[in-house]
Design a binder for this molecule. Structure first.
Ligand code: FAD
Ligand code: SIN
Length: 520
């Protein structure tokens, strides 16, 4: 007999979105927060640059809204963007109430800028913004008696009945290797993005698109998945695993250079290093491909060394460990997959099209990013929509009883003796996505990727049917299904817009949204 749990609310994911929603939910509700790794592990913890909000008296909401729409190549939803931007200052004060201490100069926020922002509006905690947010949110969560944390628990599938009502999830306990039933009246997906579909990524190992794949299988609308954002500057070093070099370095004046020391961004955009990310990433990709370079360089060394060390302590330290002195030399950098702009389609209250199922943070498509996310709008989206999700749940009616859920049936599967196949397929997906569905796309490459990813999905489905599940198999299946959605969405967009650049269709068409779903 395996453990079965019942909670008013099940939150799948403990990043900034998941933890913030837990804090904002009523104390009267019993809440479970599950995380497939350590509670603090996830993209949120590694966020460096900051969180955007209109905090400078010279700045205004209309400008933040317009910058977000323009950076997203007019594909963003203006109502959602307006909602997020207008809630941003209170999101900052909510974070401060949990204990986050944003960097200040002369008693004012030390606001900086990044690509696409026309004003200084990025609040930060040196270059450890995510770490500070996560540590403080977790401390707050731990003070609440109504919240139970489950670490090393991997959600496998959502429990959705024939009336499209969600009742929780099947969850794999990595320690006991059993699948437990988590019954809940409301379920929140806060599982982060899918950038691990690509060979090179700034993301931690948790970003395998689990929430998107689970939602897809459950019949959710999944929108605009072709827009994977590539961050222009990740450290090019064999031991660095695409360590992020924050865009705020460029916000503070750092220059991109070719190996011969020459600047090149003037050839691509008048905003130079502070053009939106899609433009800078494509420019770097082009210079590398045309000239056969392994990387380009980012130089901040002309700034005062003491200032560099206090403004960017994490980056300085990590580079030092790898033998690079950013105070005295330029850093080798390359683009890497960074952010999933598409996801589970939701409204402003974070509701999906499945009853009682919500999605917040990077797993969601709230419509705020359009075809390209503006820097530092992601943590903002996490906090703002976590709050609106909690508000919606706090104000809704709860059924008294939990329905009977069938236990997970493992009677027809056996342990796999071929674990190497999982590792091989995992690598194959990430190679295909990197080589065929990357920064610059073409019909030929996308069609080829489709056939390969389709075949891999078939193989994995076969495995899934006969072998006992493991966390690796759960993630592999999700990664393959999410990659398939990315490729299908990329094939169906016959234009180039923002992050989706197809050299066979270099122009923009009428605005359309790509939504896929399994059942109608
Ligand atoms: P995450 O923080 O990724 O958390 C996902 C959670 O879901 C984890 O707890 C994970 O264990 C859990 N999970 C996933 N699948 C399952 C499953 N099947 N079962 C159980 N649990 C599961 N954005 C900004 O706005 N500003 C920045 O400065 C910034 N810097 C960044 C730097 C880096 C290096 C990276 C990678 C991203 C950065 N971003 C930044 C983007 C931003 O950090 C993320 O988009 C955001 O933190 C996502 O938060 P989240 O809560 O949605 O997901
Ligand atoms: C960065 O610091 O460059 C990341 C910011 C972001 O992804 O918004």
């Amino acid at each position: 007999m395996t453990n079965n749990y019942q909670f008013d609310v099940l939150i799948i994911g403990s990043g900034a979105a998941g933890l913030m929603s837990a804090i904002q939910l009523s104390d009267k509700l019993s809440i479970a927060v599950i995380a497939k790794d350590k509670i603090l592990e996830g993209s949120s913890y590694y966020a460096q640059g900051g969180i955007s909000a209109v905090l400078d008296p010279e700045d205004n909401f209309e400008s933040h809204i317009l910058d977000t729409i323009n950076t997203g190549f007019n594909l963003g939803n203006e109502d959602s963007i307006r909602f997020m931007v207008e809630q941003a200052p209170s999101a900052i004060s909510d974070l401060e109430k949990t204990g986050v201490k944003f960097s200040h100069v002369n008693n004012s926020y030390d606001l900086t800028t990044e690509g696409g922002h026309s004003s200084k509006r990025v609040a930060h905690v040196a270059d450890k913004t995510g770490q500070s947010i996560q540590v403080n949110l977790l401390a707050k969560v731990k003070q609440k008696n109504n919240i139970t944390l489950f670490e090393q628990y991997v959600a496998v599938d959502l429990l959705v009945d024939d009336d499209d009502k969600c009742h929780g999830a099947y969850v794999f306990n990595k320690n006991t290797k059993e699948v437990n039933t988590f019954s809940s009246h409301k379920t929140i997906l806060a599982t982060g993005g899918a950038s691990k579909s690509y060979l090179y990524t700034s993301n931690p190992d948790t970003s395998t698109g689990d929430g998107i794949a689970m939602a897809y299988r459950a019949g959710c609308h999944i929108t605009n998945m072709e827009f994977t954002q590539f961050h222009p500057t990740c450290l090019f070093h064999p031991q660095a695993k695409s360590f992020l070099i924050s865009e705020t370095l460029r916000g503070e004046g750092a220059k991109l250079l070719l190996p011969n020391g020459k600047e090149f961004m003037h050839k691509y955009d008048s905003r130079l290093e502070l053009a939106p990310r899609d433009i800078v990433a494509r420019a770097i990709d082009n210079e590398m491909k045309v000239n056969g370079y392994d990387c380009v360089y980012l130089d901040v060394s002309f700034k005062d060394s003491e200032w560099i060390k206090s403004r960017f302590p994490t980056i300085t330290q990590r580079c030092n460990e790898l033998g690079i002195d950013i105070c005295n030399e330029a850093l080798p950098v390359v683009p890497a997959a960074h952010y999933t702009c598409g996801g589970v389609n939701t409204n402003i209250g974070a509701q999906s099209n499945i009853n009682n199922l919500y999605a917040i943070g990077e797993v969601a498509h709230t419509g705020v990013h359009g075809a390209n996310r503006m820097a530092s709008n992601s943590l903002l989206e996490c906090i703002v929509f976590a709050k609106s999700c909690a508000k919606d749940i706090n104000e809704s009616d709860f059924e008294e009883l939990f329905p009977t859920i069938a236990e997970w049936d493992a009677s027809r599967v056996a342990p796999s003796k071929e674990k190497v196949v999982i590792a091989h397929l995992w690598l194959e997906i990430r190679l295909v996505m990197w080589n065929f569905v990357g920064i610059v796309r073409s019909d030929n490459r996308l069609n080829s990727a489709y056939l390969k990813i389709q075949q891999i999905n078939k193989e994995i489905d076969g495995y899934y049917r006969i072998y006992t599940i493991t966390s690796d198999l759960i993630e592999l299946r999700n990664l393959a299904q999410t990659s398939k959605i990315i490729v299908e969405s990329a094939i169906s967009r016959k234009e180039s817009r923002g992050l989706h650049y197809n050299q066979d269709y270099p122009n923009q068409l009428e605005i359309t949204h790509n939504t896929v779903m399994v059942k109608s």
